[in-house]
Design a protein around this ligand. Structure first.
Ligand code: MLT
Length: 201
């Protein structure tokens, strides 16, 4: 997978896995990594699926309707890529914390839904429920931060609350941060994620 890796100065800090939104690249979320954990190594991946030329992490059939088969396949592929990257770059595979926005948050949530021990924690900015009707792996005390907008038409509050309850039901320790805005990623929600990270990871 197309990606960039930046070695951090603190080998014990979690490695941040950056996952951009639709139409983004592996460069988009680098400023977030600086704010959240400046001493961490960073693995930032570009989604392989192209929608009208815009990179994404999995196909969708229409706005908000995911291609489940592709989602499952791409999630497995990303999980396998994390195994390979940990070997290649020498970071702790069990210390990966995802930081995703929108489509990137959705594939990060899908990693949690489908693969036990894929992540040590996750920061999900404006996520949706990746899949319904499946049993999640046990996620005992897994730290998850969700930020959402009460006026987000793409990830409406009900969807975010459902995701929170599914993750909590699997044992994860979920913190939800609400903003009054829409789908955009705000400075204040990233600051809140950084404070949360200091306390939980
Ligand atoms: C998705 O397709 O993952 C979500 O609708 C978010 C987006 O990319 O617009």
């Amino acid at each position: 997978m197309k990606h960039l890796f930046k070695q951090g100065v603190d080998g014990k800090a979690p490695t941040l896995l950056l996952l951009h939104g639709t139409g983004g690249t592996e460069h988009d979320l680098l400023p977030l990594a600086e704010m959240i954990s400046p001493t961490s190594s960073v693995l930032s991946v570009r989604g392989k699926v192209l929608e009208n030329g815009m990179p994404r992490f999995f196909r969708r059939l229409s706005a908000g309707v995911f291609d489940e088969e592709d989602l499952i396949l791409r999630t497995k592929e990303l999980n396998g890529f994390l195994d390979e990257a940990a070997e290649r770059y020498g970071f702790d595979r069990r210390g990966v914390v995802a930081v995703g926005y929108s489509n990137g948050a959705n594939i990060a949530a899908s990693l949690l839904f489908h693969h036990q021990d894929a992540l040590r924690g996750a920061i999900l900015h404006h996520p949706m429920v990746p899949r319904r009707g499946v049993k999640l792996p046990d996620l005992p005390e897994l730290p998850v931060f969700i930020s959402a907008g009460s006026n987000d038409p793409i990830c409406p509050p009900g969807e975010v609350e459902e995701l929170e309850s599914l993750l909590s039901g699997a044992g994860a320790s979920v913190t939800v941060h609400w903003e009054r805005y829409g789908h955009q990623l705000t400075q204040t929600e990233v600051e809140a994620a950084a404070v949360w990270f200091q306390h939980h990871l």
